[in-house]
Write a protein that binds this ligand. Sequence first.
Ligand code: IMP
Ligand code: MG
Length: 183
Amino acid sequence: MAHTMHDDIEKVLVTEEELHQAAQRLGAQISKDYAGRRLKVISVLKGSVVFLADLIRAIDVPLELDFMAVSSYGAGVKTSGVVRIIKDLDKPIEGYDVLIVEDILDSGMTLSYLKELLQERGPASIKIATLLDKPERRQTDVKADYVGFVIPDDFVVGYGLDYAEKYRNLPYVGILAPRVYEK
Ligand code: IMP
Ligand code: MG
């Protein structure tokens, strides 16, 4: 049989069914919290797009979408601590209730930088929704307001998350076999 992406996964950490349920649960909570507000959802490219697609369809209050691309990693599995803006938002966020959607909160470098940067643009509020949270690895005091799953300190891929730009299209979240990045 031909080698597939699934062969590089040591263990499935979050199943498709669990991912679906998390999007429904967070979407319902966000719908409640943002009723009557001016919601702007900001997706951090590219890792958050699969989660974003499921999450926004579980939100039933009006919202506007914008995208931002930042990089803190290069091709490795450890943070460099340097955050670079690759693509900025298309429109101003002044007066909006901003919800940043991320794939994973790891060291927290990316989100603390992003939150500070967006804060200067005069939004009414800023909150964070993250699919995954790895609290053991935190190096800043940034906290997520909506969390899908708290996970242990393993390098994971799938459902948007990549290793060297691959594995984003896996339908579940899995632990990447260390032999893949150790070779
Ligand atoms: P932080 O700045 O260290 O919190 O890292 C956030 C970014 O690092 C995420 O948006 C991911 O792109 C990447 N990242 C952190 N941990 C993982 C992982 O386990 N798998 C894939 N990407 C990760
Ligand atoms: Mg990444």
